[in-house]
Design a protein around this ligand. Sequence first.
Ligand SMILES: [Zn+2]
Length: 224
Amino acid sequence: MQNYFLLILLPMLLGLWAQFRVKSAFKRYSDEPVGSGRSGAETARDILSAAGIHDVEVAEINGMLGDHYDPTHKRLCLSSEVYNNASVAAVGIAAHEVGHAIQHAKAYWALQWRTSLVPVTMLASQLLPFVIFGGFFFHFTGLIKLGIVCYTALAVFQLITLPVEFDASRRAKIILQDMGIVRPGNEALGVNRVLDAAALTYVAAFVAALGNLVYLLLASRNRD
Ligand SMILES: [Zn+2]
């Protein structure tokens, strides 16, 4: 019970708190207009062309905070809020996603690792429900071992995601200042708050994956 609280519930609460912080930072700085007057999409295109990247498409997608860079199709997917608005939050997130496109163009080591781990991670997350169900309810020891392998894969993936995300935000903050898109003071502070809150969700995801792994390891040891 104590293990369950420490390793499963506590990381879950950290995750929820991180999500809440991202949403509130995003909401707050979505109302804050950015001095450049350029929308998230325009900002993304400005930064891409300044970085000499001309083969990445900037596209609008549905879904709040679903912004991401798709390296397979070289597409920067920005949610409508980010794509259309000239707010501090929008340009912060747009610049962060461009950060990933720059990582891709420069063959940044952590992004390459992360991309190559995607198929393994997808397989692991598809297997997990069956593995956990079979392992715990039907006591197939082999399945618990497979569960440990799956959670290890997920934890490694979340771990390698951290340098990718931190580096993209670091690049975004520097570029936004250097290109004069964001003014020092309140605007820069707002970008920092939005991006730092987003970074915390990735830390929480890693902690959750690690918690699950350790929990399963302890459970399988008690069973033996
Ligand atoms: Zn990112």
